[in-house]
Design a protein around this ligand. Sequence first.
Ligand code: NAD
Length: 280
Amino acid sequence: MAKILDGKIMSEVLRSEIAERVVRLKARGVTPGLAVILVGNDPASEIYVRNKGKGCQEVGIHSETVKLPEDTSQEVLEREIERLNCDPAIHGILVQLPLPAGLDEAAALARILPEKDVDGFHLLNAGRLLTGEAGVIPCTPRGALHMIRQTGRDLNGLEAVVIGRSNIVGKPMAALLLRENCTVTICHSRTQNLKEHTRRADILVAAVGKAGFVTGDMIKPGAIVIDVGINRVDGKVKGDVDFDSAAPVAGWITPVPGGVGKMTITMLLQNTLEAAERMS
Ligand code: NAD
């Protein structure tokens, strides 16, 4: 039976370390600050933004939410980003995605000062991740890698399979695992014989967006299984991995809820703290 990689416990440990570093920074006269831009009234986005604010409060990071109406123009959005770029009290800027239809996400993200890009979605930070230079690492893959490291396994040369190739999860996750010297395969919606790939994986990361997509028969015995999925089914949150069939086969597994999702906000706090430390 798989050992549980508990995102709640790991987050608590990390958040108390972050809180201590925030205290040290405040003693030098700097309070780390995060600004979240929320455009429109998407209920899921509102919940995420509220949780980010709560996380900041917990560790002593100043946070503010800039709420803009659904019909905000690209120009107004980018002007708001520029204003925050110049605000010395703000070390991290995050544009809550998805933006309402008609707004250009890529153009908005490109406006954020790369040093303040705590989501790590700016092209410069994406490029740095690929070339191995120091930059901001996207929160979800960073959290997932932290969980993988907690297994204590030597990652060198392990077979890693990432299902999903999005810019916010799949691709940066694959780049991070490559940096850890894993042999990395990225699978996606056009992949043939998916199971043949996943059954080779010592590390299997599922970032598909389909509840229960990965079943026990797709998993190599003893594998590290990281479930990134957040899917709402009948009012409940379900992962991309079918926990009941996967857990008896895997060596380690992350639960949903209480797994990667919890780590994502923690890594946002860490990225904001590190941005403030670098700027002061
Ligand atoms: P996305 O929709 O952008 O990407 C999904 C990927 O899955 C695509 O690259 C697609 O090629 C692949 N895919 C779809 N069907 C497939 C199939 N049949 N076989 C193989 N691959 C297939 O989604 P995303 O933004 O990367 O998010 C993925 C999941 O992770 C979602 O459930 C999302 O809610 C969740 N998520 C969680 C967190 C977190 O904090 N835990 C953060 C971001 C996203």
